[in-house]
Design a protein around this ligand. Sequence first.
Ligand code: FES
Ligand code: FE2
Length: 416
Amino acid sequence: MNSSLNLDSRVQQGRVHRSVYVDPAIFEAEMELIFERGWVFVGHESEVPAAGDFKAVQIGRQPALLTRHTDGALHVVLNRCMHRGALLTREQSGNTRAFRCLYHGWTFSTNGDLLVVPFAEGYGEGFDQGSLGLIHAARVDSHRGFVFASLSAAVPELRTALGPAAGIIDTIMDAAPEGAIKANGGVQKYTYNANWKLQAENWVDGYHPTFTHQSAFAIVGKKTGAKPGSNQGSAARAVGLPNGHALLDYTGTSRAALNSEKDAAGYRAALEARLGADRAGKVLESDLQILLFPNLFIQSNAQHFRVLRPIAVDKTEVYAFPYRLCGAPDEINDRMTTKLGWWASAAGFGQPDDLEAFERCQEGLKVSQAEWLLFSRGLQREQTMGDGRVVGDITDEVTHRGIYLEWARRMARAND
Ligand code: FES
Ligand SMILES: [Fe+2]
C-alpha cells in the first residue's frame, strides 16, 4: 500500500480534510481497504428467489455475481472467466442454467464450478479443470435477507460487524407481518458527479432537509397543510453506531405519526399476532433510516433500500430498490413504495436537491486554501451509551463523526 498517503492526519476531531473527497489516490485506497477487504452489501435474498437466478453486483472496483444454485444455496463469485478474463455476463440480472463465456465457450455452473472446457484435450494431461472454478468471495453471510460479502477472509463475523445495527434492521423488517420483505419491484438508478461519501453522509444528515428541500416541503405544505419543521430539539435522534453504521431515528415525532397508512385494516392485528402487542406497537411507532457502512441504506418510512456504487473519486452511482412487506395489505405496500418515486427517485421532489448539493460540494472543494470540512456540530452534547452508540440531536453531526472514525480505522491499514 502507498504509505506516502499519510491518511492518519486527514480525519481529526470534528473535521475531515478535503483531500478525502478529491484525491484519486485516496479513492483507490478506499476501494481496496474499505470495499475489498471488508463486508459490503451485495443484494437481498428476494432478488434471487429461484434456482439459477443471478444478479450483477460490484464489490469495490470488481464485478461480481450473486447467484442462487440448484440446491438453493447463495454464492458470490467474481464475474471473470477463468480462461482469459472476460466478463461472464453483462446482464444486470436474470436466470440461467450456467454461465457460458462468449469468448471461447468455457461454461461455469451457478455455484462457480467449471463445467465445460471446449476441446479440453488440447490442454494436455496435466490440465486440472477442477481447480479452475470461479473465484468466490471469501465470506458470504446474511441478516434478515440482506446478503453481505467480503473478498477478505480476515473480517469479524457479520453479526459482530453489524453490532447494534442488526437490531435496527430487525425492527424495520418486523414491519412485515411475515417477518420478511420482497425486493422485487425493480430498481431506480441515478448517477452524480461527486464523491461516494457525500451520499453516505447525506443519508444520515438530519441538518439539511429544511434548507435543501425547502421547495419540496412547500409543495407538501400546500397539499396537506402540514408545516414540517427541522425536528431540532424534538424526540428525533441522530445516532452514531459502532463500526461506521449510523442512524436517523424519527420515532416519536410528527413525521413518524404522519404514516397513517399504518392503520390500514388488519395490519396491526397481523403484526400483533406474530410479535405480541408490545413489540408490534414499537415497530409501528418506529421511523428509521440507517446507513450500513459503507454501501447500504435502508429507509423504513419510504420502504426502500439503496446501494452505493463508487465509480471514481468524483462519480458515483446509486441503485434504489423498493421493497414490499410480506403479508402487509396492498394498501400499505402501494402507498409506501410510491413514496420512493415522489421523493427519492431521480425525478422526484427530494433527491435532485441532494444531488445538486453533492455536486456543489465537489466543485467547492476544489478551493485548496480552505482545507477542512467541519463535522463538529453537537460534539459538546453527544452522549455515549454502554453499547457503543453515540446519540445526539437529529441535526447533529454525530453520525458523520462515527462514519469517519471507522473510515480512519480502516484506512490506517494503508500505513501497514
Ligand atoms: S475468455 Fe472465457 S472462454 Fe476464453
Ligand atoms: Fe436530502
